[in-house]
Structures are given as structure tokens and as C-alpha cells.
Ligand binder design. Structure first.
Ligand SMILES: [Fe+2]
Length: 457
């Protein structure tokens, strides 16, 4: 009988060792699927998975922390306390060991992420911490020696390890596969999620330490059943989390696609407007760029700077409604022809007002020819009654007119443009927008911001 129970015990132990080896393989497969993809380095990755495996890190952490703990107890001469309170010492060892374990897991996962050149290293940490949780629940105080050496103990051990094999396969099949779709993307995982593993780890071990890991057969069975339930709940929770991140990512991508399309359509429209006027090639794109630069100089929010860029792109869209002969007339315009030109802000406003999802776009088109002193058109608005975006576009528009070749003049020198902007402060231009444009000119030592600049073509 003794020999049979010994054999059974050994079989159970070998099966457990197989599972531990499988844990190393599992981490290797997960890192390979998520981060290595088709790259070389499989052997090195396997070795890394073995040496930095959370299971291995756990196995070294508790003994490692017992050394300084013993040293502290010795230094403070607490030998008697150790004898009378072995449980407390064990709990302190478990808590400090668990923190060392989490620390090592975090450090190694970061290093492995660096080695893997993972686009998103927080996801490598996520994989490690997920396995950390998994292992911290499965290493539930194997205390075979306290179990009655019997057939039922053997069955319990084999059954629970088999359940763990199934659970780990589910973890790989559902969670890791869902995660592998995420790793190429520059998404951020909410770091609060990283609090889960240490909390679970501590709860599990502190609760076990209260029993001094000295469980009876019945209580071991209960612990096994509960921990199995916890494992499946965790796998489900991780799966839901990753699925949600994937869904959010897909929604963001879809939104980005729509945004890219919108920007491309706006730029195509801007080119269409500019193609109508042979003297102002690339004008709209340049005005958009300059407007954004002024807005940035003025310290406006990133969102506002972006909006101003779009408004700049479409500010002259109303020119579509102005006859070609007037727009392209090489000679001076008559008063009647100039009156026709002056209708383009209103026409532009009419067109852009149709874009209900972006009502702000029409602002730049309608008021970009207003002057700060009220002598502009079409509504003779003054000062800050003119929307800020339109005041900025007005400065950018004037700058581009002076830094481009027109039918009636060549590109002006920077000094001349600066002088004009200075003179126009509080009369033609918003003083702050003009001041910022002057600063941009000062920084543009090579005078690259003119008609032939990159943005214009
Ligand atoms: Fe205009």
C-alpha cells in the first residue's frame, strides 16, 4: 500500500511539474503570438520566458524576502517573538515576498518589452501581470504532505491540475488571441488595471498564510474549488477587458478614417478653389497653414488650431460663385467687378452652412475680409465682434497675398511685410494675431514661408 501511495504521489508531482513547464511554454507562446510575430529569436524568447516567468519569479521571491526578514529579526533581537508568532512572521514574509514578486514582474516585463521592441510596452507588462494573477491563484499552497496520502488526494491533485491545463488553454485561446490583435496599435491600457494582480495576489496568500498553509483534505478541496472558480472568472474578466479595448480601438480607427477622409475632401476642395484662380495657386492651403501657426503662437488649444486650419482651407470657397473672367482679370478691377468679388464671403457662408456637423467652418468664410476697424466687408464688424478664427485667417490671408506672386506684384521682402503688419495693427488686423505673425516672420530666417513653400504645392 505504501508503495502504491508513493507511486501515486510521484505521478501527481510529475503531473504538476509538467504543468509548470507548460506555464513556461504558455508565456513563450503568448509573447511570440503577440509581439514576436514572424521575427527571429524564438530560442532566446523561450529562455526569457523560462527565466522571467512569473511562476519562477514567485518561487524565488518568498525565499528571497525571508533572508532580509530573518536578518531584521536577528538585528532587533526578536527571536522569542518568532517562536511565539510563527504565523505573523509567515504573513509578513508573504506580503513582502509578494511585493518583491510584483516588482520583479514589472521590471522584467519592461525589459522583455524593450527586447521585443513592442510598439506598446504596457501590453507586455499586461501579459506578465495577467499570468501573475493566473499563477498566484493556481499556486494555492500545495501541501501534499498534509493531505492524507490516499487515492482521493491523488484524484484531487490530478483533477485540479487538469482543470488548470484547460483554464490555461482558454486563457491562451481567448485572451491572448484577442490581445494579439491589439499589440500593433498605439493604444494605451488603463494603468489602473495593473493594480488588480497585486491585490489578488496578496488576498490569496494572506488568506492562505492565516492557515499556515496547513490545510486539511476537506479545506484543501474547498480552496481548490474556489480558486478554480476565481481562475475562470479572471479569464472571463480579462477577455472582456481586451475585447472592450479592441472595440474601442476599432471605433477610434473608424473615427480616424472618417476624419482623414474629411480632411482629404477639404484639401481637394481647397485645390479646386485655387485652380480657379491662376494667380493664387496653393493660396488656400498656405493660408490654412499660416492660420494654424498663428493660432499655435497665440497659445490656442490643439483642437482650435486644427479647426482654424480647416476654416483656412475653405475660407475662399465662395470664389466658386464668382465668374472666372473677374477672378483672373489681369488689369485693375472696376467698382462693379469688385462688388462681385465682395460676394464671395456670403457665397462661401451659404455653401459651408450646409455642413451641419461643422457649423464653425462657415465662420472663416463669412468674416475673413472684415477689418479690425470696421472698414472691411461684408458686415463691417469691428474688433472682437469679428470671431477670433476669422481675425486670424485675415492676417494669414494678407501675409500670403504679400508673400506670393500676383498679377500686380512680385513677392515682397519680409521687412516690408513686417512693416505692413505693424502698420495694420488695430486698423486692418487684430493686434495679437498680427504680433504673432510678425514673430513667425522673425523666426523664419530663411524666408521659407512664401508662395513656393511646401505647403502651397
Ligand atoms: Fe477671400
Amino acid at each position: 500500500m505504501d508503495i502504491i501511495t508513493q507511486i501515486l504521489g510521484n505521478v501527481a508531482n510529475i503531473y504538476d511539474v509538467c504543468f509548470m513547464f507548460w506555464c513556461i511554454v504558455l508565456l513563450y507562446l503568448s509573447l511570440k503570438k503577440c509581439f514576436l510575430k514572424n521575427r527571429k529569436g524564438k530560442v532566446r524568447l523561450f529562455l526569457i520566458s523560462a527565466f522571467t516567468n512569473p511562476l519562477v519569479l514567485y518561487l524565488v521571491s518568498l525565499p528571497a524576502m525571508s533572508i532580509p526578514l530573518t536578518a531584521v529579526l536577528f538585528v532587533f533581537n526578536l527571536g522569542d517573538f518568532v517562536k511565539t508568532n510563527p504565523g505573523t512572521i509567515l504573513i509578513i514574509n508573504v506580503i513582502t515576498g509578494s511585493f518583491l514578486y510584483m516588482f520583479l514582474t514589472l521590471v522584467f516585463s519592461r525589459l522583455v518589452g524593450k527586447w521585443l521592441k513592442a510598439p506598446n510596452r504596457s501590453l507586455v507588462t499586461f501579459v506578465y501581470l495577467m499570468f501573475g494573477v493566473f499563477f498566484s491563484v493556481i499556486i494555492r499552497g500545495y501541501s501534499n504532505e498534509t493531505l492524507e496520502a490516499s487515492l482521493s488526494a491523488f484524484v484531487l491533485s490530478i483533477a485540479s491540475t487538469t482543470v488548470l491545463f484547460i483554464a490555461s488553454w482558454l486563457l491562451y485561446h481567448f485572451v491572448i488571441k484577442a490581445l494579439s490583435r491589439l499589440t500593433d496599435k498605439k493604444c494605451e491600457v488603463n494603468t489602473k488595471i495593473f493594480l488588480i494582480p497585486p491585490v489578488i495576489f496578496n488576498l490569496t496568500y494572506v488568506s492562505l498564510a492565516f492557515t499556515n498553509f496547513n490545510l486539511s483534505f476537506e479545506s484543501t478541496t474547498i480552496v481548490y474549488i474556489f480558486s478554480t472558480i476565481i481562475i475562470f472568472l479572471f479569464i472571463w474578466a480579462f477577455y472582456v477587458i481586451i475585447r472592450n479595448i479592441n472595440a474601442t480601438n476599432e471605433a477610434i480607427e473608424a473615427k480616424d478614417e472618417v476624419k482623414t477622409l474629411s480632411v482629404e475632401v477639404m484639401e481637394a476642395l481647397a485645390h479646386t478653389i485655387d485652380a480657379k484662380d491662376k494667380y493664387t495657386n496653393g493660396h488656400s492651403v498656405r493660408v490654412a497653414e499660416y492660420s494654424r501657426m498663428i493660432a499655435e503662437k497665440m497659445g490656442l488649444s490643439a483642437e482650435m488650431c486644427e479647426n482654424i486650419y480647416y476654416m483656412g482651407l475653405l475660407h475662399d470657397i465662395g470664389k466658386i460663385g464668382v465668374p472666372n473672367e473677374i477672378i483672373n482679370k489681369p488689369a485693375k478691377l472696376t467698382d462693379e467687378e469688385y462688388d462681385v468679388i465682395k460676394t464671395h464671403p456670403g457665397i462661401g457662408y451659404g455653401i459651408l452652412s450646409e455642413i451641419k456637423s461643422r457649423p464653425d467652418l462657415a465662420t472663416g468664410a463669412l468674416w475673413h475680409h472684415e477689418r479690425y476697424d470696421g472698414k472691411g466687408y461684408p458686415e463691417h464688424k469691428t474688433g472682437e465682434d469679428i470671431p477670433l478664427e476669422a481675425r486670424i485667417i485675415a492676417v494669414a490671408d494678407a501675409y500670403d497675398a504679400m508673400s506670393s506672386n500676383r498679377s500686380y506684384h512680385d513677392i515682397f521682402a519680409q521687412q516690408y511685410i513686417k512693416h505692413e503688419l505693424e502698420q495694420g495693427k488695430n486698423t486692418q488686423f487684430d493686434p495679437e494675431a498680427a504680433r504673432c505673425m510678425i514673430m513667425i516672420i522673425d523666426e523664419d530666417k530663411e524666408y521659407v514661408l512664401h508662395e513656393t513653400c511646401e505647403s502651397g504645392e
